[in-house]
Ligand binder design. Structure first.
Ligand code: PAJ
Length: 302
């Protein structure tokens, strides 16, 4: 026994605060969140926020790791935000996996998980919305989900006020959403730096998404077509192929694979304005398409 415990002595003698260092604090109420933030601020610690709706995958965790490199404290919010879902959308069925999420965040070294109930976020009588214009009206996601960006803008503004982070990380996966949030922060003078993080993909190129869980085996096999067509068309456009023709051909390929196409467009990467030629970059190629009951979005730089 002596010899055996001696093998473990290095682990056993670790001070408790070190062993517990990566177990995130689960925060459910605004006063508790404020106390935590105030304590960290008082200690002069830099805070990063990673907003999510949970059902976490490697794409979310990459945002957390980026946040960890930039700030002493990392808060991840998990809140399936009802105001960004239309009545016919998947709010009720959106995947929820709090225990698995917590385990993943513990591994990633998160300090706190801000997970309010819906009535903590939207108290009785709640009647204020942030309604973004500009990039939020670019005719991409907004054309198919008209309610979406006011819901996102309202909840993200609240999260930024609640957590008062120095920085917040968002994925390029939701490219228009990232631009909308940059615009809100600039327009409302919110003292936070917004950082965009690259898209994390499955080995076959499919952009990771909580909604990929909805895909049938058959549709999952077809789903990487989106990234393949995106990269192929981006390369052709960068090589000076005719833009409209390339987009038409790419769109047909996506539909032939079995998707319903919402949009497949070349846009200016900052303003999201329509572009007909490659003369005024930086450019982004963006797609949204439906397969079965799942709607997928993706984009690449050109
Ligand atoms: P959610 O879809 O959970 O995504 C949370 C964050 O993870 C977003 O910034 C999103 O762009 C990023 N993300 C998702 N998949 C990614 C991938 N494959 N690679 C890199 N980043 C990825 O987006 C939302 O939640 C909500 O709209 C929210 C901003 C939390 C407001 O409710």
């Amino acid at each position: 026994m002596r010899g055996r415990s001696a093998n473990f002595v290095g682990i056993v003698l670790l001070p408790p605060e070190n062993r517990m260092a990566h177990r995130p604090l689960i925060v459910r109420t605004l006063p508790a969140l404020r106390r935590t933030i105030k304590k960290w601020r008082g200690g002069g610690e830099k805070i990063a926020l990673v907003p999510t709706m949970g059902a976490l995958h490697a794409g979310h965790i990459a945002l957390v790791r980026l946040a960890r490199r930039r700030a002493r404290r990392v808060v991840v919010s998990i809140f399936v935000n009802p105001t960004q879902f239309a009545p016919n959308e998947d709010f009720a069925n959106y995947p929820r996996a709090f225990d698995a999420d917590l385990a993943a965040l513990e591994n990633a070294g998160v300090d706190a998980v801000w997970a309010p109930a819906v009535d903590e976020m939207y108290a009785a009588g709640f009647a204020t919305r942030v309604v973004p214009d500009g990039v939020a009206k670019a005719g991409l996601e907004d054309a198919f989900r008209p309610h979406f960006f006011s819901g996102v803008a309202t909840v993200v503004t609240k999260l930024l006020v609640q957590c008062a982070p120095d920085m917040a990380v968002f994925g390029e996966k939701d490219f228009q959403q990232l631009k909308v949030i940059e615009q809100i922060v600039a327009d409302l003078d919110l003292p936070v730096k917004i950082t965009g993080a690259p898209i994390v993909r499955e080995p076959d190129g499919l952009a990771m998404s909580s909604r990929n869980a909805y895909l049938s085996t058959q549709h999952r096999a077809v789903a990487p077509t989106l990234f393949r067509v995106l990269t192929d068309c981006a390369r052709r456009i960068a090589d000076k192929a005719h833009v409209a023709r390339t987009l038409d051909e790419g769109g047909i390929e996506i539909q032939t694979a079995g998707f319903g196409l919402d949009y497949f467009e070349l846009r200016h990467a900052q303003t999201l304005a329509k572009v007909a030629t490659t003369s005024n970059g930086p450019l982004r190629l963006l797609v949204a398409a439906r397969i079965g009951r799942t709607r997928l979005i993706d984009n690449v730089a050109v």
